[in-house]
Ligand binder design. Structure first.
Ligand code: NDP
Length: 451
């Protein structure tokens, strides 16, 4: 089966690649393992030098790599450039902090000296999605290569050129070839990798279905996994919030990456008394969004990543409207383009209430009061991120503790940052990426006790 790079803006096939065979996969695992045996002995100074060089190359090549994302999955060029810069930031962050994070943790024991040391574990498989084709991979590889592990990447089948570019930039920075290798394979070959004894762990970002398949096979092999799956993040606006600012940030939070982000704000939970005011500002923000050629800076967003994803979103909207939801603005699809859309009158039982909408559609829910707002926020299978808007910060700090999710930002756009842990609860997955917690997911936390 060929792996295809297809531009969702015009549906043209840009490049095709032959899928790698089982024997080619085995050779890459051999190389990864042999490289690991040397790489784990290198010191932090050496790893840091290569990681900083990677950051420099990423910044030098940001136009080139951003173009690849725009061509392969329709990301607006401006956002694609920002994504490359964020990858460089993550390289710098882990280059600067890995040694400190992985230093021995002294334990308070009744006698002798005891501490936890952090040893690398070996080959880690990353199964990654197309929505942030560089960032999703760098937030895995920067901590793991700094920790002394080596990586294998099975990227989403629609972003092969991005996958190869990531391998290229690391090689050019001086990392040994086996430190990080891209496998151009379909998902049916992932089990073979998970079954290999030398592969010690796996991390997956993507759908629940893919996550549960990889977790199932990994657990059969007693291998650790980190899963970052979908989200249906609440954006809670209380009556004492700065409504105009919340509406402006809310539109941005919904539309980031053309709505195709796991931590995009998806359910707007508005206290009844300010709902009309919020919606009047929010609608204007949506009216002003310009959709067009993602390579042209005159447009804010391009096409969705694939036509089938746009069709799936259209189906979710149509089924919700059939059950009584109202379209305040948008609702139309043209090939892979989907209009920025606001849905009101959304009720339990509708796809827009129950499912993740992975595209530019905002769901409006009305809450009677604060308590009801939190109940609505938690009435979801997901629990990734969220935000809460109120001028009363002390009250907001108390309320966010009641939200069932991996993170809640107060009066702030929810976005990942290398210094901040990222991950979910409920069906959004488990484990944490980024920060000190992220680098400790795939190390052997070894207890040492000296008499
Ligand atoms: P998938 O979950 O299918 O793809 C994500 C990655 O998992 C890809 O590399 C994919 O490979 C791989 N994969 C898929 N199935 C398996 C499997 N059984 N075993 C091993 N690997 C597998 O995402 P889609 O592209 O189909 O998007 C569908 C939905 O997933 C979205 O609507 C959204 O809800 C969610 N999603 C969430 C993301 C997030 O950031 N949390 C990102 C992307 C999607 P391949 O491409 O070859 O199938």
């Amino acid at each position: 089966m060929a792996i295809e790079s297809r531009n969702p803006f015009n549906n043209e096939v840009v490049k095709t690649f032959e899928e790698e065979t089982e024997s080619q996969i085995s050779q890459k695992i051999d190389l990864a393992q042999n490289t690991y045996l040397d790489w784990k002995k290198t010191n932090f100074t050496h790893r840091k030098e290569l990681m900083l060089k990677t950051a420099v190359l990423l910044r030098d090549r940001k136009e080139q790599y951003a173009n690849l994302m725009t061509i392969e999955m329709g990301k607006a060029k401006r956002e694609a450039i920002a994504e490359i810069e964020k990858c460089a930031l993550a390289c710098g962050y882990y280059a600067g902090n890995a040694e400190k994070f992985l230093s021995n943790k002294i334990l308070d024991v009744p006698e002798g000296e005891a501490y936890v040391a952090h040893d690398p574990i070996g080959i880690v498989l990353a199964v990654m999605p197309w929505n942030f084709p560089f960032w999703q991979v760098f937030r895995f590889l920067a901590p793991n290569l700094m920790a002394g592990n080596v990586g294998l990447l099975k990227h989403a089948s629609n972003v092969p050129q991005c996958a190869l570019a990531i391998q290229e930039v690391l090689l050019d920075a001086g990392f040994p070839k086996g430190c990080f290798q891209t496998l151009l394979i379909s998902s049916s070959k992932v089990n073979m990798i998970l079954d290999d004894d030398r592969v010690k762990a796996a991390t997956l970002t993507g759908s629940e279905e893919a996550g549960s398949k990889v977790a199932e096979r990994s657990s059969k092999n007693l291998k650790k996994t980190v899963l970052e799956l979908g989200g249906s993040d609440p954006f809670i606006v209380l009556k004492d919030a700065d409504i105009k600012e919340a509406a402006k940030t809310g539109a941005k939070a919904r539309m980031i990456n053309n709505g195709q982000s796991c931590i995009a704000a998806k359910r707007f939970i508005l206290e009844k008394s300010i709902a009309d005011e919020f919606l009047s500002y929010f609608k204007v923000e949506f009216e002003n969004i310009k959709i067009g050629d993602p390579a042209d800076d005159n447009f804010d967003y391009g096409a969705m990543a694939r036509e089938d994803l746009a069709k799936e979103l259209e189906d979710q909207v149509e089924r919700s409207v059939e059950k009584g939801a109202k379209i305040l603005i948008g609702g139309n699809r043209n090939k892979a383009f989907f209009d920025p859309t606001i849905l009101t009158d959304v009720k339990p039982g509708m796809p827009a209430y129950e499912e993740e909408l992975f595209g530019p559609v905002a769901v409006i829910l009305i809450a009677n009061d604060e308590k009801h707002a939190i109940e609505l926020a938690n009435d979801s299978r997901f629990g990734l991120g969220g935000s809460l808007w109120s001028k009363d910060i002390e009250k907001a700090k108390k309320l966010v503790r009641e939200v069932e999710s991996g993170a809640v930002y107060i009066n702030k756009l929810m976005a990942s940052h290398p210094a901040v842990p990222f991950g979910g609860v409920k069906m959004s997955g488990y484990g944490r990426e980024l920060s000190e917690m992220g680098i400790k997911e795939f190390v052997n936390q070894k207890t040492v006790w000296v008499a």
